[in-house]
Design a protein around this ligand. Structure first.
Ligand code: 13P
Ligand code: SF4
Length: 413
């Protein structure tokens, strides 16, 4: 078995690593193949994350870098990482922090599409670092730019493209954001999706056919937003499946629809099922159920509250001591909320463990590695976005940031 830790990654045309013929089979956790596992391993002999010396090394490197670095951390990050965040937030807040950041280096503790957004919103001379380049997002991977081009051609064939506003969730690649920006569309996050969808409809008002929004990649957030946020009917929504011929929809279905939902989902939030809400209510009749809008419509419909990551945190903070709260979102955050509020009974809605595997790729060894490399003057794991894509994705992001507040959030109380 030959392992070549220094070999350059082999990538396909979209930059995704491909597996070269004859690649070694490696035992999970024991060594790695840099040709197929880009960004997975930090070189050197970093100790395990729970080694107190490692945290001390990270703190020393952080202190040495001073104001040259800002560390941004998403709420779903591990405790060992979030401890180092200068600012923590949901994806909307983090995009604002990135746009306002002064430091020449932004270390983004989150997933790839978030780091890309920081690179788009940051200044030309700022460098964005993702401690592990393998920290992707399964939902973002469900929409490829070539599939979106095909989908748009499909809408053109059905005669509906000119009546359609493309709206993509932040959880998508920069290329998809740019596609939307170039066609007059925008971006949303879970904290402003209803306002953004309303804005999308405003852009195609007065169309001959009913104005439409193409919402991608999360069908659940799109459906929850359309039905629970804007008061449309479930029948107003159709699901476009990029893996089916013609997206699995007839021309007539496309013409009648108000919202065309991309068939994508979050592998973490889609695990929560309506029966789990019934079960927890049986077990704990006083429970308040709070869910993220990436959960299925059937789950959200049964919940007491639905809100973005930041809204969930605020509601937990505001709850009375003694309150029993079941939360349906990523487990790192729910565990942290439970630890921070011992006076409240905070439980995870699912019985089984459900971390976001890709968010968890960012760990203390990777963070220490990128910090120490920066101290040595080396930028590792930089995330960059090409000029063309940057221009139009920035347009779409700026449209989102210009939307008034989050007064039209999906928050339901
Ligand atoms: P928010 O940070 O917008 O709540 O999104 C949650 C999420 O799944 C991020 O990947
Ligand atoms: Fe992607 Fe879901 Fe993980 Fe967020 S929680 S990064 S949407 S897989």
């Amino acid at each position: 078995m030959s392992v070549t830790p220094t070999a350059a990654p082999v990538t396909n045309t979209s930059g995704t690593p491909t597996i070269p013929p004859g690649s070694p089979l490696l035992l999970l956790g024991a060594r790695s193949d840099a040709a197929t596992e880009r960004g997975v391993v930090c070189p050197g002999d970093l100790p395990a994350a729970d080694d107190p010396e490692l945290a001390a090394r990270a703190r020393r490197a952080r202190a040495a870098l001073g104001s040259d670095v800002v560390i941004l951390g998403h709420h779903y990050q591990r405790d060992q990482v979030i401890e180092f965040a200068d600012s923590r937030g949901d994806s909307f807040a983090l995009s604002q922090f990135a746009a306002d950041a002064d430091a020449p280096y932004i270390i983004f503790c989150g997933v790839h599409f978030m780091a890309e957004s920081a690179a788009i919103l940051g200044r030309d001379d700022q460098r964005v670092i993702l401690p592990d380049l393998a920290a992707g997002c399964s939902m973002a991977d469900m929409a490829e730019i070539s599939q979106l081009r095909d989908a748009w051609a499909r809408l053109e064939r059905a005669g509906v493209a000119e009546h359609t506003s493309p709206l993509t969730y932040m959880n998508s690649t920069a290329a998809i954001k740019a596609f939307c920006g170039e066609r007059g569309g925008a971006i949303c996050t879970s904290s402003n999706a209803p306002r953004a969808m309303e804005w999308g409809f405003e852009q195609v008002e007065g169309s001959r056919l009913p104005g439409k929004v193409l919402f991608l990649p999360d069908q659940h957030l799109g459906r929850n937003t359309a039905v629970l946020g804007l008061g449309l009917d479930l029948e107003d929504c159709v699901v476009y499946d990029p893996w089916q011929p013609d997206g699995g929809l007839t021309d007539q279905q496309l013409r009648d629809a108000r919202v065309i939902l991309w068939k994508g989902h979050c592998s973490v939030h889609a695990r929560f099922m309506p029966a789990m809400v019934d079960e927890i209510r049986r077990e704990r009749p006083a429970v308040e159920v709070m869910v993220h809008p990436e959960c299925r419509y059937e789950v959200v419909s049964k919940a007491d509250r639905v809100g973005s990551t930041s809204q969930l945190i605020t509601w937990v903070e505001q709850a009375e001591p003694g309150a029993t709260i079941a939360v349906a979102t990523e487990l790192n955050l729910v565990k942290r909320l439970a630890d921070e509020h011992p006076d409240k009974d905070i439980v995870f809605l699912d019985d089984t463990v459900c971390f976001c595997a890709t968010m968890n790729r960012i760990d203390l060894p990777h963070l220490t590695w990128v910090l120490e490399a920066l101290v040595e003057g080396e930028v590792v794991n930089e995330v960059t976005v090409g000029d063309d894509v940057r221009h139009y994705s920035r347009l779409a992001l700026d449209r989102m940031l210009a939307l008034p507040g989050d007064a039209r959030s999906l928050a339901r109380t």
